[in-house]
Ligand binder design. Structure first.
Ligand code: MG
Length: 160
């Protein structure tokens, strides 16, 4: 049986923080504010995977009140989630994502993001998609380049 899940995340962008999206360091003067490394793309993907398996959400599994997750790479969080998902007998079929970010352009980073994310998810690179969009300049924090939004849809299959 196939099951679908969605995920969404938003992080503020501030100077002096690294910008990490999909496990890849993106060259930018601003990065994501967050308790972990602030990787909004991995966070959205995690919630879509968990949602497809009806296994709660990222904030419940990794509470930001817990000091052990301070500054942690979100790649480690996704690896933990994949261990839980596999233990329940699910595998990822494909994941489709959208990143809404004013700058920098993500084009030069897309292949590395797809390679990194497909490795973490245990799928072929063709099963992970990342699309990049910008927002209209008048649209609040997104338009000013003070935030990044990531969306994810995930299809999983049970292995029986
Ligand atoms: Mg987040």
């Amino acid at each position: 049986m196939n099951r679908v899940g969605t995920g969404w995340d938003i992080h503020a962008l501030v100077e002096g923080r690294p910008l990490v999206l999909g496990g890849v360091n993106v060259d930018s003067p601003k990065g994501c504010l967050g308790h972990s490394d602030g990787d909004a793309l991995i966070h959205a993907v995690i919630d879509s995977v968990l949602g497809a398996c009806a296994m709660d959400d990222i904030g419940t599994l990794f509470p930001d009140s817990d000091a052990q997750y301070k500054g942690i790479s979100s790649k480690i969080l996704l690896t933990k989630v994949m261990d839980l998902v596999r233990a329940k007998g699910y595998r990822i079929v494909n994941v489709d994502t959208t990143v809404i970010l004013q700058s920098p352009k993500l084009g030069p980073y897309k292949e590395e993001i797809r390679r990194t994310m497909s490795d973490l998810l245990g799928v072929e690179q063709s099963a992970f998609s990342v699309k990049a969009k910008t927002a209209e300049p008048m649209l609040g924090e997104l338009g000013r380049g003070d935030a990044v939004v990531c969306q994810s849809v995930c299809l999983v299959s049970d292995c029986q």
